[in-house]
Design a protein around this ligand. Structure first.
Ligand code: GLA
Length: 384
């Protein structure tokens, strides 16, 4: 099955915007191998908007910008494949892409065929410049159909920002493997909190193997690393962002410059016990168990999230969204759906440390904008 677990990879948009070329894509593929990202499951190297020449060729086919992609897309895809990775590209359901370049409206079948010919494994399909009066959903159905007609397995990543509730029909009607649920993320705590904490919690029934909610690409590691829109999250906020995305079984599409990652960025995105929560084969999206907040500011909640895992463990995220105040947070077995008297082994996945065996509950202090990610494993006779 394609996208049996949430796709992992990298996309050019967050850091590079329109400033992309084939050297960047090659070097990114190299970096996936060098920095061990590939071994951890990061697989798709995706080129976002602005790769196209302004005009199609005489045959009506899309052409890559000859200055920035002189070798063409087939050769670039071959290079990415030679590294054992997969190659992704971008188009849009409207008349022009969001960046104003040629787009697939009315060209769905020929573009899908072109992508298949080039060896594309992943298509991000945006939603700008839709002609008036045209049913947007039908455009995604059309491209889904065109992709199936190529016979090539291509992950279909819908990007209509949650406007038409794609979680209700993206998989069944358009054959999509993932769909954006919200507008664009940016490198700030406000954006991460709004998208992650406020807009995903009721979408868990709609995700599963082969079809995922996509709260947008990661901003981990963008701050101070070549990002034009300077600003950004702190390291601990990046960790919180990454943790929540893993609980959400979100696609893990890196948005930083992976050629020039800092140690801390690498430490966040390459913790195998954390990515294992996202990639757990049961394929359940996590959800919010509850939250507490004070009246003094609207988003100062302490939130407990849970994700069920295949071996009977639960991953529990304890998130403190308060701006200044640390908080001791408690996960009670009863709320997790585990019997009160059941002994459980508890592991802190960021510390990579066993905390011991507990019954009834576990409490831990959580600093402002920080989180804990615990793996709570009920002990059974066979597990001793
Ligand atoms: C939209 C998408 C972004 C990115 C840009 C490219 O805004 O949501 O993720 O693809 O277009 O122009």
């Amino acid at each position: 099955m394609l996208a049996a677990t949430p796709p992992m990879g990298w996309n050019s948009w967050n850091t590079f915007g329109p400033n992309i070329d084939e050297a960047l894509i090659r070097e990114t593929a190299d970096a996936f191998v060098e920095h061990g990202l590939k071994d951890l499951g990061y697989e798709y190297v995706v080129i976002d908007d602005h790769w196209e020449r302004m005009e199609r060729d005489e045959g009506g086919r899309l052409v890559p910008d000859p200055q920035r992609f002189p070798g063409g897309m087939k050769a670039l895809a071959d290079y990415v494949h030679s590294k054992g990775l997969k190659f992704g590209i971008y188009s849009c359901a409207g008349a022009f892409t969001c960046g104003g370049r040629p787009s697939s409206y009315g060209h769905e079948e020929e573009d899908a065929a072109t992508f298949a010919e080039w060896g594309v494994d992943f298509l991000k399909y945006d939603f700008c410049n839709k002609p008036m009066g045209v049913d947007g959903r039908a455009l995604y159905e059309r491209m889904g159909q065109a992709l199936r007609m190529t016979g090539r397995p291509i992950v279909f990543s819908m990007c209509e920002w949650g406007m038409m509730k794609p979680w209700l029909w993206g998989a069944t009607r358009a054959g999509a493997h993932m769909w954006r649920t919200t507008g664009d993320i940016n490198d700030s705590w406000g954006s991460v909190s709004d998208i992650g904490f406020e807009r995903q919690h009721d979408l868990h029934p709609y995700a599963g193997p082969g079809h995922w909610n996509d709260p947008d690409m990661l901003v981990v590691g963008m701050h101070g690393e070549g990002n034009v829109a300077a600003g950004g999250c702190t390291v601990e906020e990046y960790r919180t962002h990454f943790t929540l995305w893993c609980i959400l079984a979100a696609p893990l599409m890196l948005g930083c410059d992976v050629r020039a990652m800092t140690e801390t960025t690498s430490e966040i995105i390459t913790n195998p016990e954390v990515t294992a929560v996202d990639q757990d084969p049961l394929g359940r999206q996590g959800y919010r168990l509850g939250r507490e907040g004070g009246p003094e500011s609207p988003f100062n909640f302490a939130e407990t999230w849970i994700k069920h895992l295949q071996d009977g463990s639960v991953a529990v995220g304890l998130f403190n969204r308060h701006d200044r105040r640390g908080k001791t947070m408690t996960a009670a077995w009863e709320a997790l759906g585990v019997h009160d008297r059941r002994e459980c082994r508890v592991r802190d996945l960021w510390a990579r440390e066993d905390l011991g065996t507990f019954t009834r509950m576990i409490s831990a202090p959580v600093e402002p904008h920080c989180c804990r990610l615990l793996r709570i494993t009920p002990l059974t006779a066979s597990r001793g």
